[in-house]
Every structure is written in C-alpha cells, then in structure tokens.
Write a protein that binds this ligand. Structure first.
Ligand SMILES: Nc1ncnc2c1ncn2[C@@H]1O[C@H](COP(=O)(O)OP(=O)(O)OP(=O)(O)O)[C@@H](O)[C@H]1O
Ligand SMILES: [Mg+2]
Length: 332
C-alpha cells in the first residue's frame, strides 16, 4: 500500500495487482542494482535514476568532485546492459569529428568511406564533458537532441536506444568550460553525487584488491524497448498532471529565481514519474514519484537571481520550498 502521506487514496485507480510486465520490471531493476552493487558502493537511488533515464529515453549528467567513482558507476551500469558501449574522454584538444566520425579515403578503390565515431553506440560515456571546448560539446549535444549526426553534409541516424551518460566536475574546479544553459536543458537529469558515507568509504577500502566479480548482462536492447514502451502506458491521473504544472510554474515565480523551468521540464517530470512508477512495479503514478524526481529533473534547469547567488541560496533549497508551497490536490 502507498504511504499514507503520499496523497494517494486508491480511489483514482483500483488497487490492481501489478501486471506480469510490471513484476518483470521490478525483477530486472533489482537485478541491475545487484550487479552494480558488486562494484559500486553507494546509494541505490542513483542506480534507479539511471534506469529511469534509460526507460524515459533521456540523457544523464552526473556531477561530482574527482575520485567518487562517477566513471566506475557508469561503466558498471553499461556492463549490465547488453548494448554497444563507447567512451569518449573529453579533453581541451578533442574535435567534433573525434566524436561523430569522418570520411576517410579507401586507397583500394579510391572512394571515401565513413569511419564512424564513438557516438555510434547505445550507451555513450562522455567523460568529463566540461573539459572540452564549446564546439566539441555542441557536437555531442546536437546528437543528443536529434538522435542523428551530420558528417560532411550526410545525415546519419544513431542507434536505439541511445543514451549519453556524461560526467562533469563542479564548475569551481580549474580548467573546465561551463556548459551553456540551453544545452544543459537537454539532459533529463543532473545527478549530483556526493561523498560516500563513513560506512560506505570503509567498505571501499575493505574491497580494495579483492578481485572484482564479473558483472553480468541483465537487460537486452529488446528488454529496454519493451520496458520503455510499457512505462509510457503507465497511468497518470489528471490531478498529478495538474500537480506537475503547478510545481514547475511555481519555479518561475519564486523570488530567488531569474529563469524558471520550461515546459520541457514539465514533460520530463511526467515521463520520468511514469518510468519510476513502472520500475516500482506500479501501473499508476503516485505524488511521491513526482516529488522524488523534482530535484534531479529540475536542478540544472533553474537559474538563480544574482541576489540569491550572493546570499548563497542553493537551487535545491528553492526546489524544496516549491515542494512545500505547492500542495497536491487530489480533486484537481
Ligand atoms: N563509492 C565507491 N564505490 C566503489 N569504488 C569507489 C567508490 N568511490 C571511489 N571508488 C574507487 O575510487 C577510484 C576512483 O573512481 P573513478 O575513477 O570512477 O572516479 P571519478 O569520480 O570518475 O573520478 P574523476 O572525476 O577524477 O574522473 C576507483 O578506483 C574506484 O574503484
Ligand atoms: Mg572519471
């Protein structure tokens, strides 16, 4: 049963048992989480968010200081998926063609053939994305927006699923190029990874030098397609659509905010809430699904006013205030 404070009464939608599809999703989610846990020690909610992005067909920006296993987490996640994986290390001298690919002369028959770049994969790890200059970042971000790339005037479709998992260091670090706001908006989530807890860090030390167990593949591209399609069919009540719109609109009028979240953000919140509900084995969205996704979906899409910045107000504080100020109204 949902928690009493979730605002869900069960009257909007009969409390039907989870369908076979939903039960399988729950099982696969747990399987992915336990494979990742073989290597990455940390909050399981991060793993859930990676799966939500995969099902909602979105891209993830993973932010955190060096040395907290961002790369390790993404590489392990990719290993649980039976998909084509590639990795691009972003550096100041990386060129757009290093990502997309280029035509090279085949001397055997004097024709130009396309040598596809690492973007032609299902899961692309764009590591330290903010270490490359804007032009190179744009090549990646265009591909993310359009699911295609143009090389020498020829448009090439990218494979499906196509998910970019990018990592970046916080902007205060040296030698980083800030991603432009309009481009950051193309990421479905920004997940901020913090330091491990005391217990977690002890476990990292204890498992050092212990041979890493094999990480098994638990999801095939077909599974991912089927699960993404099923997640889209999850029911979301009109009262919850209303809740999402009111929450997102509230960010636009909050006094500490210069630029609030766009309708792209409302759509993202709805799609992710459905995917999260599905991964929890439900056929309907609960208000808590929306609440728990508010921060990762919106935290990179809000620009604070200069005064709020000076007062060291954080985006997360603003989002928490929006959640507190906007009640869920079941009757809407
Ligand atoms: N929570 C953790 N669980 C497992 N291993 C960890 C954890 N935190 C750190 N490590 C270990 O620390 C090392 C650094 O990890 P990794 O290279 O993935 O970090 P990163 O966040 O990508 O760093 P950078 O920003 O410098 O690229 C690895 O050897 C990894 O195994
Ligand atoms: Mg790294």
């Amino acid at each position: 049963m949902p928690a009493p404070d979730s605002g869900y009464t069960g009257t909007e939608r009969g409390a039907a048992p989870p369908s076979e599809e939903a039960q399988r999703a729950l099982m696969l989610k747990q399987a992915v989480a336990s494979e990742i846990a073989k290597v990455y020690i940390g909050d399981v909610r991060t793993t859930d968010l990676l799966l939500v992005a995969l099902l909602a067909r979105g891209h993830v920006l993973l932010e955190g200081v060096p040395g907290i296993a961002k790369t390790t987490l993404i590489k392990t996640f990719a290993r649980t998926l039976g998909c084509r994986f590639s990795r691009v290390q972003f550096t100041p001298d990386l060129l757009p063609a290093d990502i997309t690919g280029t035509y090279v002369l085949d001397l055997r028959d004097s024709t130009f053939v396309l040598r596809k770049g690492p973007i032609f994969a299902n899961i692309v790890l764009a590591d330290e994305i903010n270490r490359a200059p804007a032009k190179t970042q744009s090549a990646l971000l265009e591909a993310m927006q359009e699911n295609q790339v143009t090389i020498e005037g020829q448009t090439q479709e990218l494979p499906t699923p196509f998910v970019v998992l990018a990592t970046q260091n916080p902007v205060e670090q040296e030698g980083v190029y800030l991603l432009p706001e309009a481009q950051v908006d193309r990421f479905l989530f920004k997940v901020v990874l913090g330091y491990p807890t005391y217990e977690e860090e002890r476990r990292v030390l204890m498992t050092y030098n212990v041979p890493v167990p094999d990480v098994d593949t638990v999801l095939s591209p077909e599974d991912i397609h089927a699960m993404a399609a099923a997640a889209e069919r999850v029911y979301i009540a009109p009262s919850l659509l209303d809740y999402i719109v009111r929450l997102v609109q509230h960010t636009r009028t909050h006094q500490a905010v210069l630029l609030g979240a766009s309708p792209r953000a409302s759509l993202a919140l709805m799609r992710c809430a459905k995917a999260l509900a599905f991964l929890h084995g439900r056929d309907h969205v609960l208000p808590d699904d929306v609440r728990s996704l508010m921060a990762p979906v919106l935290n990179h899409r809000i620009i604070l006013s200069p005064e709020a910045e000076l007062d060291q107000v954080s985006v997360n504080e603003v989002l928490a205030e929006c959640l507190a100020a906007v009640p869920y109204n079941r009757e809407a």
